[in-house]
Write a protein that binds this ligand. Structure first.
Ligand code: PEP
Ligand code: MG
Length: 745
């Protein structure tokens, strides 16, 4: 065959003919992973279509003429190219190869000896997925940008789907990304795979996704995997060490399942039979096979993996694998007290508070600041109140559920999958949540974290004490602080559920502007006239993947060192402009205490470009623009930054320490090496403070170390002008600043 290859014939080297996704599938088969059977319609088929209809030049001209910054023009060019491709006759030679491969795939399924006798009704359901050649490349990942079609059956539908996949090579966002990344001559392959009719499905993490511990975590449910992610039920949770020994086996309640209807191929929800609701999903044999596959994937890709599996009639299929990313550090919690409930710790932290059971969305009004939200499972409409509560406990859901994902994003302690938290706990009961271990204790159990206290007796400090903020919900601290030293906007975006890049791509920048105004305004008003330093977007590409539109975020090997902060903002100036416009509008309304802070800068020209963009949108003269000092490059160019006109410089010690010591913030294994007190880091802090003082630029700190009294005392001695700490550290930081200032006199 000229245009069709079996998946088995493909390896990761074959991106040119199989595209990124196809090459990965082939690679998994090559290393012995069971992957749903299928074939690839190679790029040669697409190229042939273009060639025999002679439409290559036409497409090129249309692309040359398009201004990708002009969304309307981009969309209409995309539409014209797609229509051009779809309207072409399908080359017979290619059609017959596809039909033959499809028949073979169907015959394998039916165990029919000769594919010739296969009738239409024997045809199998297939998934038809685009696999572009620029996709999944390490340099520029386009994963997920092109079309996919599920539950396709019969030859004609398959051919239609293939055409649509081909046309999707010219989706607006794909054209845009190729232009930005300078990719020319793209082509596209199509992966056709048998749909799995999962009896069971789940995920394997080859490390504990919460603690980073070197054990396998498996979660599994009946039916299709979608319900695992949505947290509709509480999955079984197995923890297995790498020798295959099962350490934890927690069987969840699975009253419903999503299954595929045999006739239509569509997914439908069914009630699970009584005996299956609380039954163990995976057999011990399946667990040990999965552990074996997990180990093999981790070894092959050289990184912990998060793999999805599906099991149909006892045969396991690996349908996808990607690297695990963990944000959390392990911190041992020492608790005593009466244990009343156990679940899975999904987002670490400790909190004590009043239980508020929320059975339906109308009861959400019960939640007050600091309550422990207890619910069967979370949904996006609970998010605004989640941020108000001190911790979350759910009956259902696993480590990948909505509750877990959102809580981690918010830094809120969460325990999921307790099974019966909503019936065991009582409204108003005081409990302590240890979300490191997944345990709920009765009453108040000793907690290390400092709570805000009455600060009225504390004298005013010379060095300003500011606070780091995420939401507008916890801003009573305004009266006892000198402003906001870091306002992270990422969580306003998470709450909105939509990726800003998608809004901008679709010409909906104004919605992003509104999201920011809604998030920033109450904070700026409360702190007025004290300054609020709003940091421009600094989300790593892996952190927003769950948002609407996040599916096209590039896959980067090291997102921490990748496309985030000012470098991304300058690549996507429309996003930055929307942020600036939001600030400009609020300032015009009188909130002229709002200023701009740029993250992850390495060269003064980045600052200059950002300021030019601010000028371009007419921000005016009176706003301050400063930088975060979080790269050694920035530290050693601080003089040049000062000369370029920065108004302030604030240490992002989380990143600065990571980059100075070569200690990945996300890697729990080496977390013990992360120390801001390393002489090299201290040396840098001292140097920057000195230089800033020389140029009369306000030096500050907004990394975690700014909440450490010992560090703050040192910085005051070095001559820092302000420090910004977490809300719960304001008291001790004000005390530390006072005592350091007194010592100096
Ligand atoms: C830092 O790096 O110290 C910082 C405050 O930024 P983030 O933690 O958001 O990277
Ligand atoms: Mg940072």
């Amino acid at each position: 065959m000229k245009y069709v290859r079996r998946l088995e014939e493909i390896t990761k080297e074959d991106i040119a003919i199989a595209g990124g996704k196809g090459a990965n599938m082939g690679e998994m088969i090559r290393i012995g992973m069971p992957v749903p059977s299928g074939f690839i319609i190679t790029t040669a088929a697409f190229d042939k279509l273009i060639q025999i209809h002679n439409i290559g030049e036409k497409i090129k001209t249309m692309l040359d003429e398009v201004n990708v910054e002009d969304t309307n023009m981009l969309m209409s060019t995309s539409q014209r190219i797609k229509e051009l491709i779809i309207s072409q006759g399908f080359p017979n030679e290619i059609r017959s190869e596809i039909v033959e491969a499809y028949k073979k795939l169907s015959s394998v399924d039916k165990d029919v000896k000769s594919s010739r006798n296969l009738t239409e009704s024997d045809a199998v359901f297939v998934a038809v997925r685009s696999s572009a050649t620029a996709e999944d490349l390490p340099e520029a990942s386009f994963a997920g940008q092109q079309a996919s079609f599920l539950n396709i059956k019969h030859e004609e539908n398959l051919i239609e789907a293939v055409k649509k996949c081909w046309a999707s090579l010219y989706e607006p966002r794909a054209i845009f990304y190729r232009r930005i990344h300078n990719f020319n001559n793209p082509s596209i392959a199509v992966v056709v795979q048998k749909m799995i009719n999962s009896d069971k499905s789940g995920v394997i993490f080859t490390v504990d996704p919460i603690s980073g511990e070197n054990v396998m975590t498996i979660e599994s449910i009946w039916g299709l995997g979608e319900y695992l992610v949505l947290g509709e039920i509480s999955p079984d949770h197995y923890v297995v060490d790498k020798t295959g020994k099962v350490l934890v086996k927690k069987i969840g309640q699975k009253p419903i399942a999503l299954v595929r209807d045999h006739a239509t191929g569509k997914s439908i929800q069914i009630k699970t039979s009584d005996e299956k609701i609380g039954a163990q999903v995976l057999t011990d044999n399946e667990i040990s096979k999965l552990v074996k596959y997990g180990k093999q994937l981790e070894e092959h890709y050289g990184k912990p993996q998060d793999a999805e599996f599906a099991i149909e009639q006892s045969s396991i299929m690996i349908v996808q694998t990607r690297p695990v990313t963990t944000k959390t550090k392990i911190t041992e919690s020492k608790m005593t007290g009466v244990k009343i409930l156990q679940g899975t710790g999904a987002s670490p932290g400790i909190a004590t508070g009043k239980v508020k059971i929320v059975k339906n969305i109308r009861e959400i009004i019960k939640i007050e600041e600091g309550d422990i939200l207890v619910t069967a499972m979370t949904s996006p409409d609970l998010v605004p109140k989640m941020s108000k509560s001190a911790a979350i406990i759910t009956d259902l859901g696993g480590a990948t559920s909505h509750a877990a994902i959102v809580s981690r994003e918010m830094g809120l302690p969460a325990i999921v999958g307790t099974g019966n938290g909503t019936s065991i706990l009582r409204d108003g009961q005081i409990v302590t949540v240890d979300a490191y271990k997944g345990i709920v204790y009765e009453g108040v159990v000793s907690i290390k974290e400092e709570k805000p206290r009455d600060l009225s007796h504390l004298e005013k400090t010379k060095t300003k004490v500011k606070v780091n903020l995420v939401f507008a919900d916890k801003i009573e601290v305004a009266s006892i602080t000198d402003g906001v030293g870091l306002l992270r906007i990422e969580h306003m975006v998470t709450k909105s559920g939509i990726h800003p890049a998608k809004l901008v791509r679709e010409g909906r920048s104004e919605e992003y502007v509104q999201i920011l105004i809604n998030g920033i305004k109450p904070i700026a008003a409360k702190f007025y006239p004290n300054p609020v330093w709003v940091r421009t977007l600094d989300a790593r590409s892996d952190e927003f993947r769950n948002l609407d539109g996040g599916d096209v975020e590039p896959y980067e090997d090291n997102p921490m060192l990748g496309w985030h902060g000012i470098r991304r903002s300058l690549d996507e100036p429309d996003i930055l402009k929307a942020e600036f416009k939001a600030i400009k509008r609020m300032r015009a309304e009188g909130l002229d205490n709002i200023h701009i802070m740029l993250p992850f800068v390495i060269i003064p020209s980045e600052f200059k470009k950002a300021r030019d963009i601010a000028d371009e949108i007419g921000m005016g003269d009176n706003f301050n623009m400063g930088i975060m000092v979080e790269t050694p490059a920035c530290v050693f160019s601080i003089d040049e930054f000062c000369k370029e006109g920065i108004d302030f410089a604030s240490f992002g010690t989380n990143d600065l320490t990571m980059l100075t010591l070569g200690v990945d913030r996300n890697n729990a294994k080496i977390a013990k090496l992360h120390s801001e007190f390393h002489p090299s880091v201290l040396h840098m802090l001292h140097h920057v403070i000195d230089r800033c003082n020389k140029y009369n630029v306000e030096s500050s700190i907004c990394g975690e170390a700014g909440s450490n009294p010992e560090m703050v005392k040192l910085l005051v001695k070095f001559g820092i002008k302000s420090v910004s700490c977490n809300i719960d550290a304001v008291y001790k930081i004000r005390e530390a600043v006072l005592s350091a200032e007194k010592e100096q006199h």
